[in-house]
Design a protein around this ligand. Structure first.
Ligand code: 6PG
Length: 475
């Protein structure tokens, strides 16, 4: 007799941890991995949770072991592997079975998969899962897209395995089709911006003042008790405090300055551009990561231009450290404003009706960008659900009034010292452009009309107008 309530395919780190999490919450789970030895090893190491785990060596066996209608989670590499698994399952499954893609899929692939499964009787869910290994094991943040009734059928399991903020599970249905994977993509875009801005602040202290890693770690540790309280600031403090067992030096000093990326941050930037929504802090963070990978060419450029300003040798004073904290906070507000603006636009373009307050709420625990800030954000969206931009919500207007002079001073400091702060600078540029009632696009319009007769609007009359350019430049 079939025993499992749910199936899970793909026993990599995330899949294994998610399966253990499900088993621990009392739901028998059937598991399958293409390489059977991994399934065996996983089962062997599952300890007491084995009684809720059914290891399977074929897809047929997996399907037979789950009570219908069967929910099956795919935790395989995003892309081709997901399509292959769906193909393999299609003929084995029955009407109303649900395939749940829990990987970091591109939401456009998710939409395509919905279309491909339409009429098959099978149901599809695109589910963003955040929280890394620990989150998968003990409670991730879960962002679901698809048919709402499909979510309701798996909701008890998903809320049981999700992180909890106070008493609320960090799992929610966010909209149809690709909504869940889209929100996860923006989560990751924001994650890139958060991480990059933290790294820029670290750079100001390391390169501008020659401050040792452990001391910088202490500063982050202090900030984690205040308005910057967040998982990423907390782990930054821990990382900076850690010593390399081989050399005894701070481990961070022994790590190559070349960071990888799997694509979600880039997708966030691409989608923002496709929709015409400025997300410059996210874009800069993605670009900074790409440039980090160009180690050889950066070394050549460093040799060609010489080093930037040498460390002052002085310790930064308390006022400067406070400025750094506020600058990071202001940059964060701008980055989140951008991320939520992209979601706002996508919500209307794809008719998802994304619930912004709920998104902020399910990001309060479990996910990589969890922070105290997200609680404030959730409350603000609840109070003002139609807010057009986070920077226009009263609470954040007050916060930015206080923090933006610090962002300005830190960006200026970094620029004068020749220290890169691309994401912080982009955040400041966005803020200054955003709050400028009369910008400079009047000149852009004139230029476009001059060379292409594109026409422009006037401030004093309706309609399209052309300038007195005659036949172009004289001579
Ligand atoms: C999360 C993380 C997770 C993963 C990303 C990192 O929310 O749990 O974002 O999805 O760590 O793949 O992306 P990069 O490899 O592009 O940094």
């Amino acid at each position: 007799m079939s025993k499992a309530e749910i199936g899970l395919i793909g026993l990599g780190v995330m899949g294994s941890n998610l399966a253990l999490n499900i088993a621990e919450k009392g739901y028998p789970v059937a598991v399958y991995n293409r390489t059977s030895s991994r399934t065996g090893a996983f089962f062997e190491n599952a300890g007491a949770l084995r009684e809720n785990i059914v290891p399977c060596t074929s897809l047929e066996e997996l399907v037979a072991q789950i009570k219908p209608p069967r929910p099956i989670i795919l935790m395989v590499q995003a892309g081709k592997a997901v399509d292959e698994q769906i193909e393999g399952l299609r003929d084995l499954l029955a009407k109303n079975d649900i395939i749940i893609d829990a990987g970091n899929a591109n939401f456009r692939d998710t939409i395509r998969r919905f279309e491909e499964l339409e009429g098959s009787g099978l149901t599809f869910i695109g589910m963003g899962v955040s929280g890394g290994e620990e989150g998968a094991r003990h409670g991730p943040s879960i962002m679901v897209g698809g048919k709402e009734d499909a979510y309701r059928r798996v909701e008890p399991i998903l809320t049981a395995i999700a992180a909890r903020f106070e008493d609320e599970a960090c799992s929610a249905w966010l909209g149809e089709g690709g909504a869940g994977h889209f929100v996860k993509t923006i989560h990751n875009g924001i994650e890139y911006a958060d991480m990059q801005m933290i790294a820029e602040i670290y750079g100001v202290l390391r390169d501008g003042f020659g401050m040792p890693a452990a001391e910088i770690g202490k500063i982050f540790e202090g900030w984690n008790k205040g308005r910057l309280n967040s998982y990423l600031v907390e782990i930054t403090a821990a990382v900076l405090a850690a010593a390399d067992p081989k050399s005894g030096k701070p481990i961070v000093d022994m790590i190559l300055d070349r960071a990888g990326q799997k694509g979600t941050g880039r997708w966030a930037a691409i989608e923002a551009q496709m929709m015409g929504v400025p997300a410059t802090a996210i874009e800069s963070a993605v670009a900074a990561r790409s440039l980090s990978a160009e180690k050889t060419i950066r070394e050549a450029a460093a040799a060609a231009y010489g080093p930037a300003v040498a460390p002052s040798g002085k310790a930064p004073d308390a006022a400067f450290i406070d400025d750094l904290e506020l600058a990071l906070f202001a940059g964060k507000v701008a980055a989140y404003a951008q991320g939520f603006a992209v979601m706002e636009e996508a919500s209307s373009e794809f008719k998802w009706n994304l619930p912004m307050a709920t998104i902020a709420r399910i990001w309060r625990a479990g996910c990589i960008i969890r922070s105290q800030f997200l609680s404030t954000l959730a409350q603000s969206f609840e109070a003002d659900p139609d807010a057009e931009n986070l920077l226009l919500i009263d609470h954040f207007v007050g916060q930015m009034q206080e923090a933006q002079p610090s962002l300005r001073r830190i960006v200026a400091h970094a620029a004068l010292a020749g220290q890169p702060a691309p994401a912080l600078s982009a955040a400041l540029g966005y803020f200054d452009s955003f709050r400028q009632a009369r910008g400079t696009a009047n000149l852009i319009q004139a230029q476009r009309d001059f060379f292409g007769a594109h026409g422009f609007e006037r401030i004093d009359e309706d309609g399209a107008h052309h300038g007195p350019w005659g036949s172009g430049l004289a001579g």
